[in-house]
Design a protein around this ligand. Structure first.
Ligand SMILES: NC(=O)c1ccc[n+]([C@@H]2O[C@H](COP(=O)([O-])OP(=O)(O)OC[C@H]3O[C@@H](n4cnc5c(N)ncnc54)[C@H](OP(=O)(O)O)[C@@H]3O)[C@@H](O)[C@H]2O)c1
Length: 331
């Protein structure tokens, strides 16, 4: 099969297009998906650069990518929900069982990917594979942050820092579905894009610092990860929560030692959000796509062979919403 591998860590040039890799085998609880598209995420870039190497459970070469959308071509004997021919999407995890480290195993930059049944959902009618591939990781991140970490309730005020990116653009839409009052924080250059998602307020961080004033929020979702809890805490209501999306060294310590949460500053008001692959949560997201509460925000599509160009584009920080790699089978 065709796939892109990382054989050495480094710049986008290390992404190597290969024509003849063996199609991966599946276990009883897994399915084989013929990918039509994959959504790109900062995770892919961190992986390529070797930033995740110290915590990764596998060695090079690695096929990157976590977002898949395509047609099931084979199912394991324990798979109940899906059959060959179904069009599915998901944040894949090639591990046979959920990893205790919380890390999903990659492999989406490929003609065929293996993933567990419990990571997938059917692509809703009217959503293309390209659009579907843009959804899973970012929508799961936003959905799990707002509904599970924050347990958001109607009429609460939320500030979303990093509002124009993949997670931020989903977080705005899911927050609206949850009836939250949204303040979106973005650069002046992305203001126009963000305004089309209709947040109540927009703060351009290159002109104003949302933590400098006296505005209070019930939830501060620091998607960009450049505002610490300490910087945000005076802008939280008495019961307010700060949720970070970007790990620090302390995050990893606290994540693996939940009983030490308070020691590392991860007390009730300061929470870290780690996205988990979940077909069940994706089902809920599918319902929001069907009801049009959320819409895909694909702003750029690259051909499979242009994967290096796609990574370079992502690294320029000029992308809005989502960038997708088109893997459609050649006819
Ligand atoms: N923990 C997890 O499980 C998890 C899950 C998903 C993502 N993440 C992480 O979350 C981060 C965001 O992911 P993403 O997919 O949304 O990335 P993305 O699509 O690249 O978006 C990142 C956004 O950050 C904004 N940004 C850059 N500098 C900023 C600043 N100084 N202040 C405020 N915003 C700023 C950019 O918007 P402007 O152009 O407006 O500056 C950009 O749109 C990444 O680091 C990613 O790895 C973590």
């Amino acid at each position: 099969m065709k796939a892109v591998q990382i054989k050495n860590y480094g710049a986008s040039e290390v992404l190597t297009f290969i024509e003849n890799l063996p199609v991966p085998a599946i276990s009883d609880n897994q399915v084989l998906v013929n990918n039509y598209a994959t959504g790109l995420n900062p995770h892919d870039i961190y992986l390529r650069k070797g930033m995740l190497a110290p915590i990764l459970e596998e060695s090079l070469p690695i096929i990157p990518g976590l977002d898949i959308a395509g047609k099931i071509v084979m199912v394991g004997k324990d798979v109940k929900k899906f059959k060959a021919g179904d069009m599915v999407y998901g944040m894949m995890d090639a591990n046979e069982s959920f990893s205790s480290s919380g890390f999903a195993k990659t492999g989406a930059y490929a003609e065929y990917s293996v993933t567990r049944e419990d990571t997938l959902s059917f692509i809703p009618n009217g959503i293309s594979a390209t659009e579907a591939a843009s959804i899973p990781l970012v929508a799961l991140t936003a959905y799990q942050a707002l509904t599970k970490k924050a347990e958001a309730k109607a009429d609460q005020k939320i500030a979303i820092n990093g509002a124009s990116g993949g997670v931020g653009s989903m977080a705005i839409q899911i927050a609206h579905y949850l009836k939250l009052e949204v303040t979106a924080v973005c650069h002046t250059d992305t203001n126009e894009f963000v305004s089309k998602l209709h947040p109540k307020n927009i703060i351009n961080y290159d002109q104003d610092d949302f933590t400098a004033g006296s505005d209070k929020y019930d939830i501060i979702f620091d998607v960009a990860g450049n505002k610490s809890y300490d910087l945000c805490k005076d802008n939280l209501t008495e019961t307010g929560l700060y949720i970070s999306n970007v790990p620090t060294e302390n995050t990893f310590k606290a994540y693996h030692n939940p009983e030490k949460e308070n020691i590392f500053g991860f007390h009730n008001k300061n929470r870290y959000n780690w996205v988990l692959p979940s077909g069940e949560d994706l089902e809920e997201i599918s319902k929001l796509l069907i009801s049009r509460h959320i819409k895909p925000v694909v702003t750029k599509v690259f051909d499979f062979h242009a994967v290096q160009e796609a990574h370079s584009y992502m690294e320029q920080n000029i992308a809005r919403g989502k960038v997708v790699l088109d893997l459609k089978p050649e006819s």
